[in-house]
Design a protein around this ligand. Structure first.
Ligand SMILES: Nc1ncnc2c1ncn2[C@@H]1O[C@H](COP(=O)(O)OP(=O)(O)OP(=O)(O)O)[C@@H](O)[C@H]1O
Ligand SMILES: Nc1ccn([C@@H]2O[C@H](COP(=O)(O)O)[C@@H](O)[C@H]2O)c(=O)n1
Length: 217
């Protein structure tokens, strides 16, 4: 179904829940631009690491966020476990979030709409988005998927290590005071624990269609 309003789709959820896979598929399906907002925080974490700063140093992290080098968004180390940790630590600083806010907000405000995935899209970046999904899956399922992904890229982390990383990141993302990971009151919950990618994407399209219909009424 096409919408007669800008179709902004907010996709949030915990680490490795499959929200990026779903958000990209939604962007393809609806012909919309897509932003993986986690990459901004990952690039900030990487900049802090490369400069040898402590990720808990809010001033250094905010400075890195304000001068973010776009080349870092394509760095091969962006998605490593170590960098995931840095990203989740720097993202807890309110000044870092403030520095990255406008880029995300402007992307969401494009005339034809957009799809963004992250932790606070439906709550902070695009609170008026007509379609919001909160994608989740059981921690052991998320860990198994991420472990397979990392192993496919030559990684040597054990499944237990990946699960511990995911638990640590979830706790930090949900427990911080600045824009914590939380399901927006008007977001549809999509648990993909028992769904393969094709089924999860089909379920997501179904939920977006329902949201479009509801907005038209
Ligand atoms: N429904 C699914 N069934 C099986 N594998 C899946 C499913 N959804 C995603 N995956 C796989 O799980 C891994 C994590 O998915 P994805 O990168 O989309 O998660 P994410 O929530 O965006 O992660 P992150 O928070 O780290 O950015 C990928 O390897 C992806 O191919
Ligand atoms: N909107 C967002 C997106 C991400 N984060 C933080 O960045 C980390 C990495 O994000 P991924 O989506 O690539 O996993 C994540 O753990 C969050 O700490 C965020 O705070 N807000």
């Amino acid at each position: 179904m096409t919408s007669n309003f800008p179709l902004v789709i907010a996709v949030d959820g915990p680490a490795a829940s499959g929200k990026g896979t779903i958000a990209k598929a939604l962007a393809r399906h609806y012909g919309l631009p897509f932003m993986d907002t986690g990459k901004l925080y990952r690039a900030c974490g990487l900049a802090v690491r490369l400069a040898g700063h402590d990720p808990y140093d809010a001033d250094a992290a905010a400075d890195a966020a304000r001068r973010l080098d776009p080349a870092l968004l394509d760095d091969p180390d962006l998605m490593s476990s170590l960098n995931s940790d840095y990203a989740s630590i720097v993202s807890s600083h309110p000044a870092v979030r403030a520095a990255l806010f406008e880029t995300q907000r402007a992307f969401a405000a494009q005339p034809g709409g957009a799809v963004l995935d992250g932790r606070d899209i439906g709550t902070v970046i695009a609170p008026d988005a007509p379609a919001k999904l909160f994608v989740t899956a059981a921690p052991h399922v998320r860990a198994a998927r991420r472990h397979a992904e990392l192993a496919g890229k030559g990684g040597s982390q054990t499944l237990e290590d990946v699960l511990a990383d995911i638990h640590a990141r979830d706790a930090r993302d949900s427990g911080r005071s600045a824009a914590p990971l939380v399901q927006a009151a008007d977001a549809a919950l999509l648990d993909t624990s028992d769904l393969g990618i094709a089924a999860a994407v089909a379920a997501a399209i179904d939920l977006v269609e329902k949201a479009i219909s509801a907005r038209r009424r």
